[in-house]
Design a protein around this ligand. Structure first.
Ligand code: FAD
Length: 373
């Protein structure tokens, strides 16, 4: 019996785990995660603004598919012996490892990151204070909008080098700016943060802005488990994979989602669920192919949208070309809210599906529409 071990029960690890278990009984599938609750990362900005998220127990989702759940944190990978050592010294052996530990924003002193549970408490305790959001990528925009809507008495400031939504087309970007203005978010462009101080943010050039709560949203980091194990990784800690998503140095290791450096014809994918979930589904198919003595196929992916929530009552969706450049289509307002909600809820439906979802159903993978990859 083959042991398939998945580290990380986030969006992508869950997809890989149930994908293998639903397709074959020729493998023992184990998924490892520090908590038994599924972390809806897509909704972290909602949690920060004090909203209650769904309570999904990972074992309830994966065990009906035949996946064994182990609660624990991987501390070390012994790639030579093919085993993972947990931080409480337990060990899990594997024949095939799926690396799905996700990513986070590097911590900055005196600032919160979006994953920090203390952020929600800090906002709740400062309903009439000032929140400064450093970085106007999608996380920064969503967090600023959500906080401004939930705490109308709060002063919310969004600091950005460029225009928020710079990756979007002009119409979607203009809509996004109108909604931020309506919500009272003060957008400050051309701003680079030099450092965060207790109760203040200092800009390049010396200007100091008072800030009761500062949220840092820029930068990506993957825990260095792979690199420390001698598995080839890039400078952010992501495993460098071949076209079939296997490590270039250790082919018995697959890497998916935010923890993988996945190259397509137009560049290396940036961490999103829209690419991560297909990478998990594809890996499940590849593992089953290998169990049958067949070679895994290359992974092909093209982006199709940039969905941005702007509080609970507004949103904007920029549809894109496969290389993530904006197409002429976008959605706004109520229709965009419904679209974004459907996108955010769909993963749990996928995992619970009684059948194995083919990778091509999870996004713009393979097929003719994927013109660039
Ligand atoms: C506010 C916000 C909004 C977003 N909105 C969108 C969106 O609209 N569309 C989109 O496509 N993407 C969006 N993203 C990005 C998306 O959330 C990530 O790309 C996605 O979560 C990546 O999935 P993953 O499985 O790779 O990692 P994760 O979902 O982060 O899961 C990683 C899992 O691994 C576990 N883990 C970590 N270390 C260990 C360890 N040592 N041992 C065991 N387990 C470990 C973690 O606890 C976690 O459960 C958003 C992100 C944020 C923060």
């Amino acid at each position: 019996m083959n042991d398939i071990l998945i580290i990380g029960a986030g969006y992508t690890g869950m997809m890989a785990a149930v994908g293998v278990a639903r397709r074959t009984s020729a493998a023992r599938v184990t998924i490892l995660n520090p908590t038994d609750r599924f972390n809806e990362r897509l909704r972290q900005h909602q949690a920060a603004a004090g909203q209650e998220l769904g309570d999904f127990r990972i074992p309830d989702i994966v065990e009906p598919a035949g996946v064994r759940f182990v609660q624990g944190r991987a501390a070390r990978i012994d790639a030579g012996a093919r085993r993972v050592v947990l931080d409480d010294d337990r060990e899990l052996a594997y024949d095939t490892l799926v690396y799905a530990i996700g990513s986070s924003t590097p911590a900055v002193e005196h600032a919160f990151t979006i994953d920090d549970p203390k952020l929600a408490v800090a906002l709740r305790d400062n309903p009439t204070g000032t929140l400064t959001v450093a970085g106007a990528g999608l996380t920064g925009i969503e967090a600023a909008a959500e906080a401004a809507e939930s705490y109308p008495g709060m002063r919310v400031r969004l600091l950005s080098r460029g225009e928020p939504g710079a990756m979007m087309g002009s119409k979607a970007r203009a809509y996004l700016r109108r909604v931020l203005d309506r919500l009272g978010v003060e957008v400050r462009t051309g701003a680079t943060v030099a450092r965060v101080r207790p109760g203040a943010v200092e800009l390049d050039g010396g200007e100091v802005l008072a800030s009761d709560v500062t949220l840092w949203t820029t930068g990506v980091r993957v825990a260095p488990l792979a690199a420390e194990a001698g598995i080839a990784a890039d400078d952010t800690g992501r495993i460098i994979v071949d076209p079939t998503l296997r490590s270039v140095s250790h082919p018995e290791v697959y890497a998916i989602g935010d923890a993988a450096a996945i190259r397509q014809a137009y560049g290396v994918l940036h961490g999103t669920c829209q690419s991560g979930i297909p990478s998990g589904a594809h890996t499940a198919e590849s593992i089953v192919r290998q169990l049958k003595g067949k070679a895994p196929k290359p992974f092909r992916f093209g982006y199709f949208h940039q969905p941005v929530s702007l509080g609970r009552r507004d949103a904007v969706i920029q549809f894109t070309n496969p290389d993530d450049t904006p197409s002429r289509w976008y959605l706004k307002g109520r229709a965009a809210v419904m679209y974004k909600e459907a996108v955010s809820s769909s993963p749990v439906t996928f995992y619970r599906s009684r059948t194995a979802i083919p990778a091509r159903m999870t996004g713009r993978t393979g097929g003719r529409r994927n013109r660039l990859s």
